[in-house]
Design a protein around this ligand. Structure first.
Ligand code: PLP
Length: 438
């Protein structure tokens, strides 16, 4: 690690004295932070300008689009155009995790397979596709081609597709957001550009190009790809730039997950109440995905749900931003961390300030995981449950052990690993992930 004299006008030693957890964080150790500012959900909701009604409207919009999606994207025809993932039990994985982390008590562990969401194979199919649909709807209504009462299959007709082809959608991405926005926007007929950082996987670029998306590659990291993409989009009034760091639209698309999973718990007879609290572990990059989902979960379950974010040791941007109160004014690189991790979706050095402030009294904590642990967990899930994920998506797996060992956790609890990606990883790439040589 390079020797750093001062950061934002204070010496590193001063930072570490004020915020003791920075010492292990900056040493690259994995840490668990339990948020001292957590308050009851009714109070925490005051930090965020969005409401239950906003989420309800997002859900209604997705419902309006469902017949159209079922027609245009064959992979959601069977679900009637609803993009949703399974909630599954993983008993063998749970047993191995208990041994690995030395947890003696029984745990009820479930896994949410957003890794296998249709259309784009990651959690980004929630927020990303929702924002594309939102934008398409606004454009078509403004042009007099659509009303909210119409059958949205109308949008697949030539006049609507022509309208979309005259407009551009652009996004900056480490991979999965680009996949989600790119495949959805190109599918609707938009002229689509994805600005990709150097760490994005080649197969994701190839796949996007095969869908007719323009992929522009950058030597720098995610922050640079976003900045340049935003700059180019600002020059063009017909271009909509999906702003991962500040978009409330994206956030609301994620939040719909709360009501959806509540229905799944009911179907599976899993109780969530004061005696049966729910603990949820969400991998975090810039924050919109886990933030939006946590918001939706809090609306659905109130104080009976406890949400934790998980980040790589090299990119703990949300943890450092919330812990120091610096939020988006902080980049982990300024403190000497590398922001280099195999967990591509999570390789983000600067957190969303919007999400950090919205969540600062709502989430129970944030912990970090190192890359070799992510790979070990990836192989363990594969061998115990025959389920394959990408490295980022395993960050939620150690969560229950951190919580049980870090603070009191009620015995009737359900723990939920939010598995965020991996469903579209090509076989050859997956074989490398599973290779124990790593
Ligand atoms: C994007 C992503 C996340 C986190 O979402 P953010 O909105 O960036 O915080 C988690 N896991 C995977 C696989 C992702 O692609």
């Amino acid at each position: 690690m390079p020797v750093i004299a001062s950061v934002y006008g204070q010496s590193l030693t001063e930072w570490q004295q004020r915020f003791p957890l920075l010492t292990p964080i900056l040493a690259g150790e994995d840490v668990s932070w339990f948020n001292p500012n957590i308050v009851p959900v009714a109070e925490a909701m005051q930090d965020i300008a969005l409401t239950a009604e906003d989420v309800r409207q997002a859900a209604a919009r997705l419902q309006r689009f469902a017949p159209y999606l079922a027609e245009v994207f064959p992979e959601v025809a069977a679900s009637g155009g609803i993009i949703e993932s399974e909630l599954v039990a993983v008993p063998n994985f749970a047993e191995q995790l208990r041994q690995r982390y030395d947890v003696s008590s029984e745990v009820r562990l479930l896994l949410k397979k957003d890794s296998h969401l249709p259309i784009s194979g990651s959690v980004k199919a929630r927020g990303g596709i929702y924002e594309v649909l939102f934008h398409a709807e606004q454009l078509a209504i403004k042009q007099g081609l659509l009303t909210q009462a119409d059958d949205y299959r109308r949008l697949a007709q030539a006049d609507c597709r022509k309208l979309f082809s005259e407009h551009q959608i652009a996004v900056g991405s480490t991979g999965n957001l680009g996949m989600s926005i790119g495949i959805a926007a190109a599918g609707l007929g938009f002229n689509t550009t994805v600005h990709m950082s150097s760490d994005a996987r080649q197969w994701k670029k190839d796949k996007l190009r095969a869908h007719g998306v323009t992929v522009i590659e950058y030597a720098g990291d995610y922050g640079e790809a976003v900045a340049e993409g935003r700059r180019q989009a600002e020059a063009d009034p017909r271009c909509h730039f999906v702003d991962d760091e500040n978009s409330t639209t994206l956030f609301l698309g994620y939040a719909v997950a709360g009501e959806r999973i509540k229905a799944q718990f009911q179907q599976q007879n899993v109780r969530v109440d004061a005696e049966h609290p729910l603990y949820v572990y969400l991998p975090c990059g810039v924050g919109g995905g886990p933030g939006g989902i946590a918001f939706g979960l809090k609306l659905a379950f109130g104080d009976h749900v406890h949400c934790y974010f998980a980040e790589p040791v090299a990119s703990p941007c949300m943890l450092m931003g919330m812990y120091t109160g610096l939020h988006e004014d902080l980049a982990v690189q300024d403190f000497g961390l590398s922001n280099k991790t195999a967990a591509d979706g999570l390789a983000v050095g600067r957190p969303s300030g919007f999400v950090g402030r919205a969540m600062q009294r709502m989430i129970e904590g944030i912990y970090t995981v190192n890359d070799s642990e992510l790979f070990a967990l990836l192989r363990m899930l594969d061998s115990s449950e025959q389920l394959q994920l990408e490295p980022s998506a395993l960050a939620g797996a150690p969560g229950f052990a951190r919580v049980i060992q870090g603070q009191a956790c009620l015995p009737g609890a359900t723990h939920l690993i939010w598995a965020t990606g991996g469903g579209m990883v090509p076989a050859a790439e997956m074989a490398q992930y599973l290779n124990p040589q790593r």
